[in-house]
Ligand binder design. Structure first.
Ligand SMILES: Cc1cc2nc3c(=O)[nH]c(=O)nc-3n(C[C@H](O)[C@H](O)[C@H](O)COP(=O)(O)OP(=O)(O)OC[C@H]3O[C@@H](n4cnc5c(N)ncnc54)[C@H](O)[C@@H]3O)c2cc1C
Length: 277
């Protein structure tokens, strides 16, 4: 419900909202910022990596976001905002300053992090917070016994694919979730995130374990190229988040490469010409 009558938005805020203050704003680039929200009402909420929250961003507008980090004991959470869209959510997020009062609606829903499997993350700048939460959850997962997954090369199955300068070989290196533990091998975590050129350095600092690729004119095409050049074992679990139409294409590519439907977990964050999702 992205747009509702103002009295309904007020009721939502009263019933589902947890009053909070902005306690920190970390501006990473012109469009990327991490905002910390805190308050006693944020203590002890449901704690699941990457869960969704909502904010009232205008008199009649509600928008979804993702908790990049949640500390239930401190009553504190971070959201990584990408403020490039021309809408009330982006304007609201870009204007937040320390001391601003708001209400955090939720948390609830969202893509569920499931540990113990080799995982691929694919998304755009709106998914940076989600992937930070998943990276932290992966790093905190205990190591499991080693497995040898069947491998399907997407590059091999995609004859028309343009080679990507950021192929999967380099993604595998330096992945934070691929270390061996004393008792076994930790499931690997890798992936790629597409961001505008102006956000490349900031995104790399925010997600050091993932490939960050430069967006072109059309959303998702740089990710398509990365995926076409990648070698993805068919046993991989994949999370896709961000631009709706890109997710559809990448799901089809991954399905054609043998990844099962049940291992393709997707969440559209925005769609062309649509206000809120
Ligand atoms: C479950 C969920 C979690 C989300 N988590 C986050 C998050 O953690 N951080 C975050 O920044 N956003 C997140 N989003 C996206 C967020 O809800 C808003 O879509 C975003 O802030 C833009 O809202 P807006 O009101 O400015 O634009 P809208 O009014 O929604 O859209 C205005 C126009 O801008 C276009 N547009 C919207 N987004 C983009 C974009 N990224 N790039 C280019 N054009 C765009 C639309 O197609 C539309 O034409 C999430 C969305 C969902 C559904």
């Amino acid at each position: 419900m992205p747009t509702v009558p103002a009295p309904i938005a007020s009721r939502f805020e009263r019933w589902l909202g947890h009053p909070a203050l902005v306690t920190a704003v970390d501006q990473h680039s012109a469009a990327l910022r991490t905002v910390t929200f805190a308050g006693p009402a944020l203590r002890g909420l449901r704690d699941a990596p990457g869960q969704e929250i909502e904010f009232r961003v205008g008199p009649r507008e509600l928008r979804h976001y993702t908790a990049a980090r949640y500390d239930p004991a401190a009553g504190e959470l971070d959201v990584v905002f990408h403020t490039a869209a021309d809408g009330p959510g982006a304007r609201w997020a870009a204007a937040l300053t320390t001391g601003a009062e708001t209400s955090v609606l939720g948390p609830g829903g969202g893509l569920r992090w499931q540990p113990g499997r080799d995982t691929l993350l694919l998304g755009d700048a709106t998914a940076i917070g989600l992937f930070q939460a998943f990276s932290a959850a992966s790093a905190a997962s205990p190591a499991a016994s080693a497995s040898t997954p069947a491998s399907t090369s997407i590059a091999a199955s995609s004859a028309s694919a343009a080679p990507s300068p950021t192929a999967a070989s380099s993604a595998a290196a330096g992945s934070p979730g691929s270390a061996s533990g004393a008792g076994g091998v930790r499931a690997s975590l890798r992936g790629a995130v597409e961001v505008p050129a102006a956000d490349l350095a900031a995104a790399r600092a925010l997600l050091p374990g993932l490939e960050i690729v430069e967006a072109g004119d059309e959303p998702g095409r740089a990710l398509d190229a990365w995926l076409a050049a990648a070698s993805i074992p068919s046993s991989t679990r994949v999370y896709l988040a961000g631009h709706a139409r890109s997710i559809q294409r990448q799901r089809a590519t991954l399905k054609a490469a043998g990844v099962s439907r049940s291992d393709l977990l997707a969440k559209a964050h925005w769609a062309d010409g649509r206000a809120g999702l």
